[in-house]
Design a protein around this ligand. Structure first.
Ligand SMILES: NC(=O)c1ccc[n+]([C@@H]2O[C@H](COP(=O)([O-])OP(=O)(O)OC[C@H]3O[C@@H](n4cnc5c(N)ncnc54)[C@H](O)[C@@H]3O)[C@@H](O)[C@H]2O)c1
Length: 254
């Protein structure tokens, strides 16, 4: 049994995880939820939720699907109570990512912008595509999400671009929009485009295109459950690990 503190418990993902544990997962227990949007003395979920981190609660892992502003308090709470952390929130700036890396020297932290197994496979496929096709192909990434998403481009789109750029030894620069640029694209661009509409759960497409052919590698998340299931697997994985920064490839293999 893995015991969990859920940060962002009243959000869409927080609720999805609570529901998944309640319906079908006897291997996990949510011992506390944290969400500042809780109204005094009222919660429509069965787990105990407080606006701030609880005192004297022991847990095997914290799962965080909340907001970038929660990061400092979250890292301090995890460090003080020595609880491994699964960080799933997206939209961190460079300073915050450095802060996460620093804390991972003393705390096990699982950090990924996409908890689905499928995206982990897409990462491997696009690296292979780049290494096969080389720099003669233009690369563009299109991501689509629901109209409530705050950050753009998605953390996953950046993760995919970074995976290619790592293979390309940082040859590429990222271009986020072209409406104010009146010139042809450069060879060393990866264009990254964001669509926000309706209730789209999450779609990512990586396009490799030359004069003669186009290859498109696409992932569609059909339901938020895919991220909830991944976060629970990550929580079980990170429990009892040594301090360090872990991601999906540590969980499912490279
Ligand atoms: N890594 C992944 O696979 C993955 C998948 C889906 C969503 N996400 C990310 O997870 C985050 C949450 O997504 P969501 O769809 O549940 O959003 P949401 O807006 O529905 O929920 C966020 C919740 O966090 C709460 N919150 C705000 N500030 C907080 C704080 N300081 N401490 C604790 N809770 C706080 C809000 O009150 C809200 O209930 C987003 O950043 C989203 O992009 C990541």
């Amino acid at each position: 049994m893995t015991s969990i503190i859920l940060n962002g418990a009243l959000g869409k993902m927080g609720r999805c995880i609570s529901e998944m544990v309640k319906q079908c997962n006897a291997n996990f227990e949510i011992v506390a939820g944290v969400d500042p949007s809780i109204t005094k003395n009222y919660s429509d979920t069965e787990i105990k939720i407080t606006a701030n981190f609880p005192q004297n609660v022991k847990a095997d892992a914290i799962i965080d699907f909340s907001n970038v502003n929660a990061l400092s308090g979250l890292l301090d709470f995890a460090k003080t109570n020595n609880i491994p952390l699964v960080l799933a929130t997206t939209g961190y700036n460079e300073n915050q990512i450095e802060q996460i890396k620093k804390y991972s020297e003393i705390l096990p932290i699982f950090f990924t912008f996409n908890m689905s197994l499928g995206i982990n496979l897409v990462m491997q496929l696009i690296k292979k595509a780049f290494n096969t096709l080389g720099k003669d192909f233009d690369i563009e990434i299109i991501e689509k999400h629901h109209n409530k998403k705050i950050d753009a481009p998605s953390g996953t789109a950046l993760m995919l671009a970074d995976a290619i750029n790592f293979e390309a030894k940082n040859y590429y620069k990222y271009i986020y929009n072209r409406h104010d640029i009146r010139k042809k694209r450069d060879d060393n661009e990866i264009g990254i485009h964001s669509v926000r509409a309706g209730s789209i759960v999450g779609e990512h497409e990586v396009i490799f295109s030359s004069q003669d052919e186009t290859i498109s590698i696409k992932h569609i998340a059909n339901s938020k459950s895919v991220f909830a299931a991944g976060a629970l697997r990550a929580a079980a994985f990170i429990n009892n690990k040594k301090p360090g920064l872990y991601n999906m490839s540590d969980l499912v293999g490279k």
